[in-house]
Design a protein around this ligand. Structure first.
Ligand SMILES: Cc1ncc(C[n+]2csc(CCOP(=O)(O)OP(=O)(O)O)c2C)c(N)n1
Ligand SMILES: [Mg+2]
Length: 369
């Protein structure tokens, strides 16, 4: 019998699916320009502002870790290593753009206008940490993986319907890109050509699950294809490239063309959170070393020093000022009356059902003792 003719070339199909998604990079590990087309049009002052915010974030990470260990902070998800991915992306957006962060995206939230003391209260699980000023265009950090993407799709549609020139920008992780919410959100926003920029901060791990086990997709950026929206992979340790692609993506979305998906290739140096994770159980020293060589602060420091815009003294000033700012914020957070169970209950319903009323009475009696 003659062999059946192969009508479907699965190998070729896979090749198409894994079409090339180039990684955008402007600066190499030594802070040397590798692609001058990707050097953004930022003034000297803006370059210094961006570096300052990245150093600020590194100090905040270190101090938050220490404060957590002293029992003075609650939940904390370390951010060191992700400064370019977080702060250089945020730098491309306007105050009127809406930020929907995940639990690791507290630095962007503070830069967007959340007072540091309120961020600390949020970490402590205090309701006052969720009481946002009316002009703060952001929602509190999302703990449910991927849920902020669905909310972002809704906000993006609202902006679109109002003919707004603002956008929503939201962040999830490599693990988050496996959630149903992720696909629903980019599909929905795509179909309405809504004003959204979606970030996947691919730090290589979802707690202990490595990226390779997360998806058979060659890149996470290519998940944009099925939603019919542009997808970009960027060196997430390169602040200038992250800023450049973010700025362009924002323009694209703000002009009514629809959403963009950006995958930043990055790494978290610390544990997943400070609630008991031990990264030495799933990461090697070699891998850690490989990524610390790509450090966004080192790279940007070299670039700016070469330009005469940065120095050791300047960095020392930023570090000291940040430590002072943190000290003050802890003092301010400590002044807020302790969280009460009755406060939680009072925040649950606008019109309280009987059982909640009874619980409020019960806890208020207990708390007044
Ligand atoms: C819906 C849901 N499932 C599971 C969890 C538990 N969980 C918390 S963080 C996390 C991993 C997320 O990894 P990734 O999206 O890569 O983000 P990263 O922490 O690396 O920034 C998981 C599974 C959760 N919070 N929500
Ligand atoms: Mg991750």
């Amino acid at each position: 019998m003659a062999e059946k003719k192969l009508t479907i070339d699965f190998e070729a199909l896979l090749k198409d699916i894994n079409a090339d998604f180039p990684v955008y990079q402007a600066l190499d590990e030594d802070g040397k320009v590798v692609n001058k087309n990707l050097i953004p049009d930022l003034s000297d002052e803006e370059l210094v502002e961006l570096m300052t915010s990245m150093v600020w974030s590194r100090v905040l990470d270190q101090r938050s870790t220490a404060l957590n260990r002293q029992g003075r902070l609650g939940f904390f998800a370390p951010t060191a290593g992700q400064e370019a991915s977080q702060l250089a992306s945020h730098f491309a957006f306007e105050k009127e753009d809406v930020l929907l962060p995940g639990y690791r995206d507290v630095p962007q939230l503070i830069k967007h206008g959340l007072p540091l003391a309120e961020a600390f209260l949020w970490s402590r699980g205090h309701v006052a940490g969720n009481n946002y000023a009316a002009d703060l265009q952001a929602l509190p950090p999302q703990i449910i993986i991927g849920a902020q993407y669905v909310q972002a799709a809704g906000v993006a549609l609202a902006l679109k319907k109002r003919n707004s020139k603002n956008v929503v920008f939201t962040y999830t992780g490599d693990g988050g890109s496996s959630q149903g919410d992720f696909y629903e959100a980019i599909n929905f926003a795509g179909s309405y050509h809504a004003n959204a920029v979606f970030y996947i901060q691919n730090n290589g791990f979802a707690i202990s699950t490595p990226r390779e086990k997360q998806s058979a997709a060659k890149t996470l950026a290519q998940k944009s294809v099925a939603a019919g929206i542009p997808g970009i992979q960027v060196d997430g340790m390169d602040p200038l490239a992250v800023y450049y692609v973010s700025k362009k993506a924002r323009e694209w979305a703000a002009n009514g063309n629809g959403p963009v998906l950006i995958e930043t290739l990055t790494y978290r140096y610390g544990p997943h959170t400070l609630s008991g994770d031990d990264p030495t159980r799933y990461r090697t020293k070699e891998l850690d070393n490989e990524w610390t060589k790509k450090d966004p602060l080192v790279r940007f420091r070299k670039y700016l020093t070469e330009k005469g815009l940065w120095s050791e003294e300047k960095e020392e000033q930023v570090i000291e000022a940040t430590k002072e700012e943190i000290k003050q914020a802890v003092t301010d957070a400590d002044r807020v009356p302790k969280q009460k169970v009755s406060d939680f209950l009072k925040n649950m319903y606008e019109v309280q059902p009987q059982n909640i009323k009874e619980q409020i009475e019960f806890y208020e009696a207990k708390e007044s003792k």
